[in-house]
Design a protein around this ligand. Structure first.
Ligand code: GTP
Ligand code: MG
Length: 195
């Protein structure tokens, strides 16, 4: 699967700002700083398409990217970052809930977790929430370049156990730094978009 064209569409807060196209959507969720925006840039081969930062809390709105003029990839604000303002924290929940519960075009949420660490309590809560609302999910373990190859399967097993991910649901290791796992993520997206 090839991303031939990627364009930023809109940074939305309210649902009336979402794009109108009936195209299938896949959204990325995960803790602040886990690498959601970096994954978009790597998949699209565009360094600055999505804004990234070494400081958590960079993405604060729902950002829609138009892919190949027939589907959308969505960058969601991260969770689990204590230092966001009170107002920000109060608006985050409803904004995310409205999108994930009500958006008909949404085919799946890819949950990103950091391959280096066991899932946080926020990761576990997010995963359980997605399951509860019967939203299709897959898990992507980011920053794979930070873990030596020989140790990765042990880390993946911890993530699978802690999030209680069934065997048939993939957990993909990915690195935005090296591009490792990119083809697997693109194949998964193609499957979800075309389904
Ligand atoms: P928020 O927008 O705050 O929710 O964060 P985010 O999940 O979009 O993270 P972002 O893509 O901005 O990346 C956060 C930091 O992690 C940046 O400094 C990235 O360069 C770094 N980073 C992201 N992915 C990788 C990766 O695969 N490997 C390494 N080594 N660093 C990464
Ligand atoms: Mg971001």
């Amino acid at each position: 699967f090839l991303i031939r064209d990627a364009q930023f569409v809109i940074s939305a807060v309210r649902h009336d700002q979402y794009p109108q196209e009936p195209w299938p959507e896949v959204a990325l969720a995960g803790r602040s700083n886990v690498g959601k925006s970096s994954l978009i840039n790597r998949l699209c081969n565009r360094r600055h398409l999505a804004k990234t930062s070494s400081k958590p809390g960079k993405t604060q709105t729902i950002n829609f990217y138009r892919i190949n003029n027939n589907c959308h990839l969505i960058d969601l604000p991260g969770y689990g970052y204590a230092s966001v303002s009170k107002t920000q924290r109060a608006t985050w929940g409803p904004m995310m809930e409205t999108y994930m519960k009500k958006r008909e075009q949404l085919r799946a949420v890819l949950q990103l977790v950091d391959l280096r660490h066991p899932p946080s309590s926020d990761d576990k809560a997010m995963h359980a929430w997605l399951n509860h609302y019967e939203i299709a999910t897959a898990v992507i373990a980011t920053k794979a370049d930070k873990i030596p190859r020989g140790k990765r399967s042990a880390h993946l097993a911890v993530i699978r156990r802690d999030l209680q991910v069934p065997k048939e649901i993939p957990i993909l290791a990915f690195s935005a730094e090296t591009g490792e796992g990119k083809e697997d993520v693109l194949d998964l997206l193609a499957y979800l978009w075309e389904e």
